[in-house]
Design a binder for this molecule. Structure first.
Ligand SMILES: [Zn+2]
Length: 247
């Protein structure tokens, strides 16, 4: 839980993602990875050598106005307060996705990771600015993208806002969905939806990662649900490896 509380302490309002990037790079400094960036500031990470990679996505920014945050752990629930002990958003949307990414880069031998800046709307400026401006060639040798940026604990968003098809209903085997108590749903917009709208052909989805009340002062996370998300994603990645080994 310590990694998550450290992530929550770092504010990363859209366009001001430098501190969270530095923290991430420090976390990953002992892992053999290649890191690329682009003009807007997205991070693209490659671990291991393979012809084709699974890819995990998350966004680096959050909606909340920066303030000094104290992190409160109440059994399985984690949230943030300010210096006056008033509830403030903890940035779980999408620090939970970053927590998943750090854990997977530590454990998985073959992985690509796309970390987008400026996913959140900024006043009247539309969101997904990082995903809308990135070079799609990073995904040329990617088989699918799993983004961990969905509220709750049980959703795999297979159809994005605006009826954008993200993946078909057999993309994740039903046995794995059942085992981790996930189901396919229609949902909102995030980076992978923006990539599909730009014409990306590979399957993508957006997975619940245990946060609630995103964008509000009473945002919180159920830690066991975030852990279940990590186990679910690991199982999808290992299913992929099994498939390759059988061929
Ligand atoms: Zn988000």
């Amino acid at each position: 839980m310590q990694l998550l509380t450290e992530l929550y302490k770092i504010t990363s309002k859209s366009g001001r993602e430098d501190k969270i990037k530095s923290f991430l790079l420090d976390c990953l400094k002992d892992i053999q990875i290649q890191i690329e960036t682009d003009a807007i500031g997205n991070l693209f990470i490659t671990k291991g050598q393979a012809d084709i990679y699974p890819c995990i996505a998350a966004h680096l920014d959050e909606i909340h106005t920066p303030c000094k945050r104290e992190i409160v752990i109440d059994n399985d629930t984690i949230y943030a307060v300010d210096e006056m002990w008033n509830r403030v958003g903890c940035g779980a949307d999408d620090k939970n996705g970053l927590w998943i990414v750090i854990n997977l880069l530590r454990s998985e031998p073959i992985l690509k990771v796309a970390l987008f800046v400026q996913e959140e709307k900024l006043g009247i400026i539309a969101g997904c600015r990082g995903a809308n401006s990135c070079d799609l060639s990073f995904f040329n040798n990617v088989k699918y993208i799993l983004e961990c940026d969905r509220k709750g604990a049980h959703d795999v968003v297979a159809i994005g806002k605006g009826d954008i098809p993200l993946c078909d209903d057999k993309f994740i085997p039903q046995t794995i969905l059942d085992k981790f108590d996930y189901q396919l749903v229609s949902g909102g917009k995030t980076d992978v939806v923006a990539l599909k709208m730009r014409g990306l052909k590979i399957p993508v989805c957006n997975i619940s990662c245990g946060y609630y009340n995103a964008h509000k002062n009473n945002e919180y996370t159920q830690f066991s649900e975030l852990q279940n998300c990590l186990s679910f994603v690991k199982e999808i990645l290992s299913e992929e490896t099994n498939e390759k080994e059988c061929k």
